[in-house]
Write a protein that binds this ligand. Structure first.
Ligand SMILES: [Zn+2]
Length: 447
């Protein structure tokens, strides 16, 4: 038994042999080849998700780890813009949706249910009504208490006619929605700019090439909006995008090909029509909802005024799937590095093989990394499925996309032991001594 301090290594070592991954189970009558969407196919194939019903999915352990990391990034950036996290019920009384007029606007996409008292509820796709109702309940709200910025990361519902593309267009999905209440339009615009910057920061941390496009206001309503897209052929939005200055606009909002605002300084701005996956949006709502629900406050002169609102969404599960969509090859998943479910996967030798006497070395290496790079302790996996060949397990690890794969093979038994280190992001392989390997481990950043 290998001991680390007083703790038994096996007690905290994360082992692939103990990890639950669903075997590929497709709905009856469908084949992997039928799945056109890469992220959907790869996630099913690697056992990361399992379909529960059309458009709803079980998120399995590896996916949830990646999702929790993404939530960490989002929480940090929301806090920086003054966001306070709350959780509103998934059930919103339909009466609130009828008051705002969105009950009929949404139509059959709105999932509803009735309780035993025959009261109808909507399973909210967004929560403008619910959150405005909270603030409207504050009868003595002062301008000194504003701005109020409330956000949540909860499951949302949309009864899609044709749910498709896995986590990209489901009927139940995880969304971050922020609602802001400011005392003037000027302040609301300031908030709007700061949240758009926060969104850009989130995608920059994830190293994802985000495109911020002038958007349509659509069913949410309001005066101005931006959409955040990851460009991909599977995307369902058409976006004019300038590859030189980055200016972008949703096709729905313009007639003909638009030109960039700095078109005069760069006369040859190449504006191309691309498909985008919308992963975020920002709306300046003005008083559309605060007027309906009487969400007001007292200004400096003790006069009642309506709050100026904004709402800001991020499709959390959709970001994860869209990132896989744009970063992966046809066969292997690649994550934004910080979101990979585990940063390192150590592969032990095959049992009964020539190098089976090196099996203990894999456990020792795991322990050494925990001591020298303790920040990696919970981000490291040991593929101890010794009944499988090393090659098969390297293939698995590469398919799931752990950024670093460390193979403890026969060269680990040499007088000058070396470990095979595969960097899945660059595709490079090198042989490192334990000292060199531990140095590299120390430099790996984790969330
Ligand atoms: Zn341009």
């Amino acid at each position: 038994m290998v001991l680390m301090g007083s703790r038994c290594l096996s007690a905290f070592c994360q082992r692939v042999s103990k990890m639950y991954q669903a075997s590929l189970v497709l709905p009856e009558g469908s084949k992997v080849a039928d799945i056109k969407c890469k992220s959907h196919r790869l996630m099913l194939d690697a056992g990361l998700i399992r379909q529960a019903s059309p458009g709803t999915f079980h998120l399995l352990p590896l996916t949830l780890r990646a999702l929790e990391k993404l939530i960490k990034v989002i929480d940090t950036e929301m806090r920086k813009v003054g966001g306070q996290k709350i959780a509103m019920p998934g059930m919103t009384p339909s009466s609130l949706w009828k008051t705002s007029g969105r009950y009929s606007e949404y139509g059959p996409e709105l999932l509803t249910l009735r309780d035993r008292h025959d009261v109808e509820y909507c399973l909210g796709p967004t929560h403008e009504e619910a959150v405005t109702d909270i603030i409207a309940g504050e009868k003595m709200l002062s301008h000194r208490q504003l701005p109020i910025k409330l956000y949540q990361i909860t499951n949302k519902f949309r009864d899609e006619m044709r749910p498709r593309y896995g986590l990209l267009r489901g009927r139940e999905f995880l969304m971050k929605d922020l609602y802001t209440f400011d005392c003037s339009m000027e302040k609301a615009e300031e908030t709007y700019r700061s949240v758009c910057e926060a969104y850009k920061e989130i995608f920059s941390i994830l190293n994802l090439p985000i495109v911020q496009a002038v958007g349509a206001t659509g069913a949410i309503g309001g005066s101005s909006s931006h959409e955040f897209h990851l460009l991909s052929d599977i995307g369902e939005d058409q976006v004019y995008h300038c590859s030189r200055c980055g200016y972008a606009v949703n096709q729905e909002t313009v007639e003909g090909v638009p030109s960039c605002p700095d078109h005069l300084s760069q006369p040859e701005c190449p504006m191309g029509l691309r498909q985008g996956i919308e992963v975020g949006h920002a709306f300046l709502l003005g008083t559309k909802y605060s007027k309906t629900f009487k969400a007001d406050f007292f200004d400096e002169e003790c006069k009642s005024r309506l709050a100026e609102m904004g709402c800001y969404g991020l499709g959390v599960t959709r970001i994860l799937a869209a990132a896989i969509e744009v970063l992966s090859s046809d066969k292997e998943i690649r994550w934004p590095r910080l979101l990979a479910p585990y940063q390192v996967c150590i592969i032990s030798p095959k049992e009964g093989g020539k190098e089976s006497s090196a099996i203990h070395l894999a456990e020792w290496l795991y322990q050494d990394v925990c001591l020298h790079a303790p920040h990696l302790a919970s981000d490291m996996l040991l593929d101890d499925r010794g009944h499988m060949t090393i090659g098969r397990r390297v293939k698995d690890a590469s398919q799931i996309g752990y950024p670093l794969i460390v193979v403890v093979g026969k060269r680990a038994l040499e007088a000058d032991p070396k470990f095979e280190v595969i960097n899945t992001a660059t595709g490079s392989t090198e042989y490192l001594s334990k000292v060199e390997l531990l140095q590299q481990m120390e430099s790996i950043a984790v969330l």
